[in-house]
Design a binder for this molecule. Structure first.
Ligand SMILES: [Zn+2]
Ligand SMILES: [Zn+2]
Length: 1017
């Protein structure tokens, strides 16, 4: 009984004993206990004579049914004593044994069943003839700030099975019946269990089972039948794990002890209950949102709105952090109350606190978003019934200026008749009747016309803002490949017609194209050069150029000094949009992020296209590491090309020195492409008007550099050197921007235009007549080639090892017919994962999976504020699924697979780091460490986690094996040649999960480097 206590003057302590479930199984008679926090402290040096043992056996088993919207605490259902419940709720991740039930992930409803079994085998008690070693004991107590001492312990089995039954009344009755019989039997063991023949089958229909117990091996079971078998098989064993502790206040042992920790204030029951209800409410809010994010059938959503789901999961992580803050504050409050340091000020601490208000607000927004999702799901299903194809416009990287055309191209709709209904949720809400009208109209048309395809383009999540619901129509009119794009709107009649270019080739890289790789230092003016070059080829004279619209391949901006007082003017050319590859706010600091192909038809009746591959500039202001990444990107891109016609280095004349990276880039490229490519190197100079169209001082620098290479057949002569003047192009743009020039200037620019035109044609002719197309030869792969291939394989290999280990662990448990499958998915925009951010935890049975939410970058991370170094770029996301298929491989086979991957990984690493010296770091080690770290983080916050703990052990073992292999190679100074490595690469590619990841990686790469085609309207 709790007694009224304290009031300053009333110093007489009340000796109330309390009961505490043995959440921490390490207590013994005489252990000290901190009642403020409900944790065990030191053990007192008591001997066996100090305790009495009573042996008895009282099994007890009951079944409880759940109720919808149950406000009763799970802890109350499983009989955790008041007081302790509060402590458990205040440390949501620090609970073991049956208290881990507070992490139960599913909502409690009328289909929930609790099977509670406990059997006390033995009781220990403090003996009456306690030895009085009080002096030494006292000092320990005050140090440990213990409030209580364990004086009685009951030992035995304590288990709670939480079951979720299927939504089927007949089945529920049958299951309840079987459960009831198990209960009866467990209560009275003399009674042999009479399960009907089909009971086992009926019990298999239970949707979810979670087991919480003070016995670790029971925690690992996954069916109620297995739990029953375990108890039955062990009924004659004296299982010796603590179930319950009885605690006496310190004063009970030392009446004259007066340190502050001798006082333990029981929290008034009303307040205790109020705080408990509040904590349950908070955790239910979190749980319910997570449940609808993770467990409801989100198949459609994942297909179309994955990025939006990621956003919601991020928001949930933020909400969960807010929850942590509230908990931390209340924990301090409760401890202070128990220490009698503060008095209860009631509800102010709960509902009126600013933390609570913020939590409520965020939870409400998130909940509303989830409701919108549900509505979107309904919409998609409805659209499907009407034969609409649903398309999330946000996944297409559309811009305000190109969306009509891009939408058509990206949806691969060239050769059919299409109608695309473009709208957003907001527009639908504003104008529901119009939406319905158009929807039904299109659906009807589609029914009549078999050749019509209808698409619903959802712009709700796109950066493109639609003004009104509209229908885009594309139709294939005739065979001249000209298609018609008509924009119409039923209420506002605005007809805009534009002819679009010829259809995109199925693959942008065909043998007919002239592929030119363009490389150069940041700031040399690659973008301007590309724009200028195509305009030189298009317009032979400046007059022609001036009287037509210039071709814009890449929007550029630059500063130009004009007039007699040298005024600086910012000149812009092309459509500016945040999704572009360049940084327009800072002209000159161009940051092309990825390789990108720009296509241009040499003449109107020529099928042949000129494809210029723009590359990230070297000498990047973000530092050498960025240069390395950029180089990797370039190598990967050209590795995928069928052929190259020319490798063009763009330079400025009159340079005082060559950038160090220029040399490195040169060497790495030659290394990748091999000697066959040497003849295809050409040099182009921009701004050559100042050096009278020659390479100026840069020429001797290049000569010196080329001489320093051991290879000396790289040509650098007049034939393969071309000098242009970007200034004349800039002049053209400036004129179009309304800037005026004097006659002298005009004359200069006219002249430089015609010289540049001449040089452009000379370049094309040189490629046509003098160069043999370079084709990558698959048979003689270079070291560099192997490096690029291997660098692609690191993540797929690591994740495959992890997945095999996960399934190996699952197959070792008695969880049948379950496996974890990984699905890679391409991403639409460059993204990273953050190592500092908490991963989103997903629960698959008893396995926890960390989902890394992709973080997008736009100069800085759009998701978190962690430092850039904590982010690693990814080429695809990897989702896991818990499927009802058992693992197809035999455990031994799986062990062999993991070992093979690990050994080959070590060989790859040794080959690259110690033989070709092409990589500074270990390749796989950081990945191993990352996976282990991630699993550790999961285990810290999620219970039960025995499967993840096993995974940590396995991963650590594998990491050690990997390191040992490398050490072996090193000490043997083993030689591994390219042939073996290439064989390994072939072997690795045969793993299905690796193959699919490599394929997806290519898809992402293709999406991000899709060619920009010149529109020649
Ligand atoms: Zn972060
Ligand atoms: Zn981030």
């Amino acid at each position: 009984m709790a007694q009224k206590q304290t009031n300053g003057d009333n110093k007489k302590p009340t000796l109330v004993s309390i009961n505490r479930t043995a959440i921490d199984p390490n207590g013994c008679i005489g252990s000290l206990y901190n009642g403020y926090r409900d944790v065990l402290c030191e053990k007192l040096p008591w001997s066996n004579e100090d305790k009495l043992t009573k042996v008895h056996k009282i099994p007890q088993c009951i079944m409880k049914k759940g109720k919808k919207d149950q406000n009763e605490s799970l802890l109350q259902i499983i009989n955790i004593p008041e007081g302790l419940r509060l402590s458990v709720l205040l440390r949501p991740t620090g609970n073991n044994g049956i208290a881990a039930i507070i992490n139960y992930p599913y909502p409690i409803n009328e289909y929930t069943r609790f099977l509670l079994y406990s059997c006390v085998y033995e009781e220990e008690q403090v003996s009456e003839k306690l030895s009085k070693k009080q002096k030494t004991i006292k000092s320990v107590i005050s140090l440990a700030s213990a409030t209580h001492i364990i004086t009685c312990i009951s030992y035995g089995i304590d288990v709670v099975v939480v079951l979720q039954l299927p939504f089927d009344k007949a089945l529920v009755t049958a299951i309840d019946d079987a459960l009831q019989r198990i209960c009866i039997h467990l209560n009275d063991e003399q009674d042999a269990l009479i399960l009907k023949s089909d009971d086992e089958h009926i019990l298999e229909q239970i949707t979810n089972t979670m087991v919480y117990s003070n016995i670790p091996s029971l925690m690992e079971l996954s069916t109620v039948y297995d739990v029953y078998l375990y108890i039955d098989e062990n009924k004659n064993e004296n299982i010796h794990r603590p179930i319950m502790y009885t605690l006496q206040p310190i004063k009970w042992l030392f009446p004259d002890y007066n340190e502050p920790n001798a006082y333990f204030n029981l929290i008034p029951p009303e307040f205790d209950r109020e705080v408990e209800q509040y904590l349950i409410y908070l955790s239910n809010v979190l749980k319910n949102i997570k449940y609808s994010l993770d467990f409801s059938d989100n198949g459609l959503m994942y297909k179309y709105l994955e990025d939006q789901i990621y956003k919601k999961q991020c928001q949930w992580l933020i909400l969960s952090k807010m929850h942590d803050h509230i908990i931390a504050r209340l924990r301090r409050l409760i401890i202070d109350l128990r220490k009698n340091r503060t008095t209860v000020s009631k509800r102010d601490q709960l509902f009126y606190h600013v933390d609570h208000v913020n939590f409520e607000k965020s939870a409400q927004i998130l909940q509303e978003n989830l409701n919108d999702f549900k509505n979107k799901e309904k919409l998609i299903v409805g659209l499907r019934d009407q034969h609409f194809e649903y398309c999330n416009a946000a996944q297409l990287n559309l811009t305000k200026y190109n969306y009509e055309k891009t939408l058509k191209c990206k949806l691969k709709m060239k050769d059919r008749n299409n109608k695309i209904l473009c709208t957003t949720d907001t527009l639908n809400k504003k104008n529901g009747s119009k939406l319905n009208l158009l929807r039904n109209q299109l659906a009807k048309e589609c029914e009549i016309n078999q050749n019509l395809y209808i698409t619903y383009a959802d712009f709700s999540y796109s950066t493109v803002e639609l003004e009104d619901i509209e229908i885009l129509t594309t139709s294939q009119t005739n065979n001249n490949k000209k298609s018609h794009l008509q924009k119409s709107s039923s209420t506002v009649t605005k007809n805009k017609t534009s002819t679009s270019q010829q259809s995109l080739p199925s693959s942008p890289i065909t043998n007919d194209n002239i592929n030119i790789l363009l490389l150069g230092e940041t700031g040399v003016g690659k973008s301007t050069f590309i724009n200028a070059f195509v305009n030189y080829l298009k317009f032979k004279t400046f007059e022609q150029a001036q009287s037509n619209t210039p071709i814009v391949l890449i929007p550029v901006s630059f500063l130009m000094t004009v007039g007699d007082d040298f005024q600086e003017r910012l000149i812009k050319f092309g459509d500016f949009d945040s999704s572009n590859n360049e940084d327009f706010d800072h002209p000159g600091e161009s940051v092309t992020q990825h390789c990108r192909m720009y296509e241009f038809h040499l003449s109107d009746n020529d099928e042949k296209k000129l494809c210029i591959i723009d590359t990230p500039g070297f000498g990047d202001t973000r530092g050498l590491d960025q240069d390395d990444l950029n180089m990797q990107d370039i190598l990967e891109y050209i590795n995928e090309l069928t052929h190259l016609n020319a490798i063009c280095f763009l330079l400025k004349p009159n340079a005082s020195k060559l950038h160090t990276f220029f040399r490195m880039c040169f060497i790495q490229l030659l290394d990748l492409l091999g000697p066959n490519a040497y003849q295809n190197i050409i040099f182009c100079f921009t701004n050559a008007r100042s050096t009278f169209y020659g390479p100026g001082d840069t020429a001797p620098l290049i000569k010196t550099m080329l001489k320093s290479f051991s290879i000396n057949n790289i040509p650098f002569k007049k034939d393969n050197t071309f000098c242009f003047d970007n200034e004349s192009f800039r002049y053209l743009v400036a004129l179009q921007n309304g800037i005026e020039f004097n006659n002298d200037e005009k004359h200069d620019y006219y002249e430089s235009w015609s010289i540049s035109v001449k040089e452009s044609y000379r370049l094309i002719d040189y490629i046509h007549e003098n160069l043999i197309t370079y084709r990558s030869n698959n048979e003689c792969k270079s070291n560099k080639h192997a490096q690029v291939e291997i660098s692609h394989m690191i993540r797929p290999m690591l994740t495959t090892m992890q997945n095999i280990l996960q399934n190996l662990i699952l197959s070792k448990t008695n969880i049948k017919n379950k496996s974890i499958t990984m699905f890679p998915k391409a991403i639409h925009r460059p993204a990273s994962i953050c190592l500092s951010c908490k991963p989103y935890p997903l629960q698959f049975g008893n396995f926890w999976i960390a989902r890394n939410i992709p973080h997008e970058f736009l100069k800085k991370c759009l998701v978190c504020s962690c430092p850039i170094e904590q982010h690693i770029a990814i080429h695809y996301v990897l989702n896991s699924e818990y499927s009802n298929k058992s693992v197809s491989n035999h455990p031994e086979e799986m062990i062999n697979m993991v070992n093979q991957l690990c050994t080959i990984g070590a060989e790859f690493d040794y080959f690259l780091v110690h033989i070709t010296h092409s990589s500074k770091n270990d390749l796989f080690l950081p990945g191993f460490l990352r996976m282990i770290d991630e699993e550790n983080k999961l285990c810290q916050s999620q219970k039960p986690n025995h499967l993840n703990s096993q995974l940590i052990k396995e991963l650590t073992r594998l990491k050690n094996q990997y390191e040992n292999r490398i050490e072996e190679f090193k000490s043997n100074q083993q030689l591994i040649d390219l042939l073996i490595i290439n064989e390994h690469i072939t072997t690795i590619r045969k793993y299905p999960l690796i193959q699919v990841q490599l394929d997806i990686m290519k898809q992402t790469q293709k999406m991000m480097t899709e060619p920009y085609e010149v529109s020649q309207d």
